[in-house]
Design a protein around this ligand. Structure first.
Ligand code: TXA
Ligand code: MG
Length: 318
């Protein structure tokens, strides 16, 4: 029997019983549990096989709720929250003492966001605790953008995926921390840098954990398909290089004609970066299930969401 269900009351009940529920958000599906339940949080780390040094994002029902989670809000954080919540932006701020150490991996900061999905906003409004929710995938694998992706990963370990359809933006939230009250991007994501800069001016980007101890979990290798995958600046050339192999191609807007391609997915024929972002992980899931020898993914244009996609693709192919 499928674990995918639209029953919000059932989700409420499971979460109140310290159980996990996979929840829809506009970015990717999350594996959610009560932030105050030691049992639920332990289950999240076990289910994902996630190392304990990697802290979790706290999901809250509305922007006012932030006052219960964090102790200080820099002016620019207020501006960003006012503009982008509910939405695909996570803020890392000084935590209040009530936030358990397991959530923050012992750090004195906590990551928090108001997701922009009607089903999960309704769910959160019915709970008297926030939800910790990492992306609902095993550690290092591709994040889920459809309920079926989560079911394939976790049907034997969780009881329910709350069905909210396909994730509209399709890539994880942009994470913003604050250093001396100035915003710093710790993870590129669904909210483009250009949009953030319209609100707070130029922001620094420290997107690599090697250079940023404030952003644990930003591992060089991440989001990886099981099939060998390469990031390509010249798809036709790479097809020739692997001509003897069973090739899958994921391209931005171009449909390549070559008899050597077994399967091809074009992310946005109409040249739209938001549409391409929404389709990217799904395309990776699909080709990864096809027993190809190699997946060639075309590098995206280095602008707007293309920069966030290239970040994930670089990690997927590292
Ligand atoms: O779009 C998203 O953000 C999704 C949906 C479900 O909300 N969630 C998600 O969570 O991507 P996860 O656990 O896969 O990624 C959370 C990232 C990790 O890289 C973690 O290191 C970082 O957030 N993070 C969490 N707390 C932090 C903190 N206090 N300081 C710096 N980075 C933090
Ligand atoms: Mg993740």
């Amino acid at each position: 029997m499928s674990i995918i269900s639209k029953d919000i009351s059932k989700a409420v009940h499971l979460l109140q019983q310290d159980d996990l529920v996979a929840i829809p958000t506009e970015t990717v599906y999350g594996l959610a549990g009560n932030i105050f339940s030691e049992k639920a949080i332990k289950k999240i780390f076990e289910t994902k096989q996630r190392p304990l040094f990697n802290p979790l994002i706290v999901h809250i029902p509305n922007k006012e709720y932030i006052a219960q989670i964090v102790s200080e809000i820099p002016e620019k954080a207020k501006l960003l929250a006012a503009k982008f919540w509910p939405g695909s932006m996570t803020l890392v701020l000084q935590k209040k003492a009530i936030i358990p150490d397991v959530i923050t991996a012992g750090k004195d900061t906590v990551a928090v966001r108001v997701p922009n999905h009607p089903v999960t906003l309704e769910l959160l409004s019915k709970l008297d605790f926030p939800l910790a929710a990492p992306s609902a995938n095993p550690f290092n694998s591709i994040s889920p953008t459809k309920p079926e992706h989560v079911e394939n990963y976790f049907k034997d370990s969780i009881q329910m995926v709350l069905d909210g359809g396909i994730c509209k933006s399709g890539i994880e939230s942009t994470i913003i921390g604050f250093e001396n009250n100035e915003p710093v991007i710790y993870r590129l994501g669904a909210l483009a840098v250009e949009e953030i800069e319209k609100v707070v001016g130029k922001v620094a980007i420290k997107n690599k954990s090697e250079e940023n101890p404030n952003a644990p979990g930003m591992l060089a290798k991440h989001y990886a398909p099981k099939t060998k995958t390469i990031l390509s600046e010249n798809v036709l050339l790479d097809i020739e290089e692997y001509a003897e192999k069973k090739i899958g191609v994921i391209s931005f807007k171009t449909s390549y004609t070559s008899s050597k391609i077994t399967t091809q997915i074009v992310l946005s024929i109409k040249n739209d970066l938001a549409e391409a972002t929404a389709n990217l992980y799904s395309a990776m899931h699909e080709l990864d299930a096809e027993r190809l020898d190699i997946i060639i993914i075309e590098k995206m244009p280095e602008i707007g969401l293309g920069i966030s996609m290239n970040d994930r693709l670089f990690r997927a192919t590292h």
